[in-house]
Design a protein around this ligand. Structure first.
Ligand code: NI
Length: 171
């Protein structure tokens, strides 16, 4: 099932999600499957549960956008445990469509998370994958990438979104 993506302005995007506590349930498996389907449909490389209106600490990532099924990553209750270096590149978010901004992120990031069965694992990513680990873990903590840009640029985006909301072009 493809879920509609919740857009900026919805409070679920700016609230820390609840930790996932029930593992290996049919519901969790189905939700993960639906999140991959929704992410591919939206042509994203990552999707966090709050972005489909579910306030839980669960995210999916595939930096190949479905080209390589071996690259599917599921992060449950993730924490960033190490980061190094720096990269500056354009970043966007499915919940803030049409906008993109330069965001500085660490270039190498290690995440500790649980898998669908509840087992803890660590994974290190570089470049785009490091960026995805940061971006998705931020989502699960109620943070958006526009929190990492200047207040001036952030206000500009907010103003343009308010205009779109008034015009009924942002829901
Ligand atoms: Ni996002």
């Amino acid at each position: 099932m493809v879920y509609p993506i919740v857009k900026y302005g919805h409070p679920v995007l700016e609230k820390r999600g609840e930790d996932v506590a029930d593992f290996d349930s049919p519901e969790l498996h189905k939700l993960i499957e639906d999140m991959f389907e929704s992410m591919y449909a939206a042509k994203g490389v990552g999707l966090a549960a709050p972005q489909i209106g579910i306030g839980k600490r669960l995210a999916v990532i595939d930096t190949t956008t479905g080209e390589d099924p071996g690259q599917k990553i599921v992060l449950i209750n993730p924490e960033i445990i190490a980061s190094a270096g720096s990269q500056k590149s354009e970043e966007g978010c499915l919940s803030i469509p049409t906008f993109r901004e330069q965001v500085t992120r660490p270039n190498k990031v290690t995440v500790r998370a649980q898998d669908v069965g509840g087992k803890f694992f660590e994974m290190t990513g570089e470049d785009l994958l490091a960026r995805a680990f940061m971006h998705e873990t931020d989502h699960l903590n109620g943070k958006l990438y526009i929190g990492h840009i200047s207040a001036l640029k952030r206000d500009l985006i907010r103003r343009r979104i308010r205009k779109l909301q008034k015009a009924g072009e942002w829901d």
